[in-house]
Design a protein around this ligand. Sequence first.
Ligand code: NAD
Ligand code: TYD
Length: 366
Amino acid sequence: MPSNRHTPRSVLVTGGAGFIGSNYLLAAVPTQTAVRFVNLDALTYAGQRENLMSLEDLPNYAFQQGDIADRGLVERLFESHNFDTVIHFAAESHVDRSILDPLAFVRTNVLGTATLLEVARQRWKSRGDVRFHHVSTDEVFGALGPEGFFTEDTPYAPRSPYSASKAGADHLVRAYHETYGMPAVISNASNNYGPLQYPEKLIPLVIQNAVSQDPVPVYGMGENVRDWLHVLDHCEAIDRILRSAPDGTTYLVGGGEERSNMDIVHLLLDLVDEALSREAGSSRRLVRFVTDRPGHDFRYALDGSRLAADLDWRPSRSLEQGLRETVAWYLANPEWLEQTRSRTYDEYYTTQYRDRIDAGNPIQAR
Ligand code: NAD
Ligand code: TYD
């Protein structure tokens, strides 16, 4: 395998106020003190600058509110900071929202990624010491049946507006590499969990509702399967790929922890009961089977052997341990959940989607 080391010095992180970006920056900024980080984030409902307050006084960190699709702004940032690296997290990231408002996903995920690539191409014309790392998802490969795994060579077959827009972004990154020689890498990760995840995604939603003893909506029969990856394992994989992968490569990043939704929900409810000294299993009665998500992908599972073989990376946390720590984090940070929801859980989403899901009514796209 060709070695292709990249040493970041001045990094544009997009979407760093979201779930994975916050975890990445909280780990990287204090430890990589020779690297300068600029966090460009639009602060949509999913982004919280408060997540990163502990970084704001550090000399190697700066925050810039703004839109990745704003070409003038991205050009000015490249001009001022002479970036040699882009780590591109920013996206509209929630499948259910993409069913309601697909164009928002096309705009940010496709046009926003294209804007970043185009500015980087103009600025990096004659440079070899640069790299664009695109953070993507295994959902671009579509849905699996009960058997088999995605590999890096699986054909793309996205089935939701979210995954289609991420696939479009992946194709653009690859096209910039093939056409213009853009030094780029792509990582496609499985479902992440951990601290600071917006409580519209399954794991923080279940923890939140278990704590408040509200109904826990399970789509369909809860038989769909996901592979779960701790966010800090994902962040470590991103750093490994960014610094050591050959240009133009793609790596799948998985947790090696496949579970049905029902198993995950029960595990979480039991962990909350245990942590709050409630009667064992008592929160399981909160489960409500609700109308299924349209086009609900049955199963995601991936073969992480290329990343293990080439870059010696494997996840370090078991799901059981990771979920235990995650439940403990949300229980220790009730004000984060409260503030996140009350400030930003927008009326559009709750009235158009969440309330109907919670009431077990059919989901309708606009
Ligand atoms: P998130 O929704 O928690 O955060 C997204 C961040 O991007 C937010 O801070 C938001 O304000 C920002 N943003 C949105 N639109 C923007 C725009 N136009 N300009 C600038 N900033 C904008 O998402 P996440 O879960 O942290 O996911 C981060 C990345 O990882 C995404 O690209 C996602 O597709 C990918 N990914 C996520 C998972 C997962 O399980 N969460 C798994 C694999 C890949
Ligand atoms: P989610 O966290 O939205 O991630 P993704 O759709 O990107 O995999 O959902 C994870 C799984 O949980 C998915 O199969 C849908 C299901 N789900 C529920 O059953 N109930 C819920 O309230 C949510 C948000 C998700």
